[in-house]
Design a protein around this ligand. Sequence first.
Ligand code: GH3
Ligand code: MG
Ligand code: MG
Length: 349
Amino acid sequence: MLTGGAPFPAYTNRSRTGTDKGNVQTLVMETMAKEQPVVSTKAALSVLIADDSPVSRRLLEAVLRKWGYTVTSVASGTEAWEILQRDDAPKIAILDWMMPGYSGPEVCSLVRRHGKRDYTYIILLTSRHEKEDLIAGMEAGADDYLVKPFDNNELKVRLGPGQRIIELQTELLHTQEALREQATKDSLTGLWNRHAIFEILSKELARSYRESVPLSIMICDLDRFKAVNDNLGHIAGDAVLRIVSDCMRSVVRPYDAVGRYGGEEFLLILPGCEEDAALSTAERLRERIANYPISIGEKEIHVTASFGVTSLPRGRQATPETLIRRADTALYQAKQAGRNCSVYADFRG
Ligand code: GH3
Ligand code: MG
Ligand code: MG
């Protein structure tokens, strides 16, 4: 099936301006955001105090605030556990041993067994001196303890390792995130890279079969892209790839996946989409790309793309390779048909 306008239609849409500039600005802002300091400062660190004694709580609050911490305080273990599960929970918790609701060690156990990915550094407050109690507290997951009554210097010294651990963990999470980003994203376009989009396709195929829902894919290849490089240079070619990628991202649904499959070739995965919906998405995308004005220096250019689309009907099984081969065949036909069009190929598994 062949759909689409005549090859290389007249380009009239000039309503959008500064597309390239806008993209460069976005890129700079994203880069800056990634380069924010990863180590949190003491002033930004917040501490949770859970103690049922109002006097002890106020003393702790006052001294911690004086040292620059942000303080949240509660009077029971139940409230402490509720707060520690929140996304923005304090990273250090000072928990009294005996409290209404959960005890300090019980809150420790809950945090360690069911807590968030971010580490919570826990200091237990106890008036008990017996060694067994302290061992039980540490075994429940506490990082440190303070025997009441404690002096402020001791508390200050004990908060130091907590802060270092939190800072190291924050740094570690940022590094992990950066590595994950590097391993899965295409550095030029920010789309999924070839390996990642292939993985996503494998998972989506398994899900589509399990849940008996259809799945469509499309391969989009920019038309005569070599000429863009030849006429405007490779850097301009790179800018075009970035802009077209942003354009594709803006057209598909949030749960669709877009990856850079090769140089100027993209693979799009549309879970739950049948033939008609997939083909109309391809057409929407094709028209959007063709009408998208791209500013390169003083020049404004337009590029077009051809689409090969295929769908896996519900209840059918297929390997990523089979489906991609079908979409590739359709793409080849789209190129043969004159480019700037979408071709659908039936899935024959
Ligand atoms: P067709 O319509 O048949 O697809 O023609 P085409 O020129 O797009 O296809 P061809 O395969 O001949 O050329 C693809 C071009 O894409 C050649 C290559 O230099 C360019 N290209 C691939 N990756 C990149 C990249 O990362 N940056 C830039 N600037 N160009 C790239
Ligand atoms: Mg091409
Ligand atoms: Mg190509």
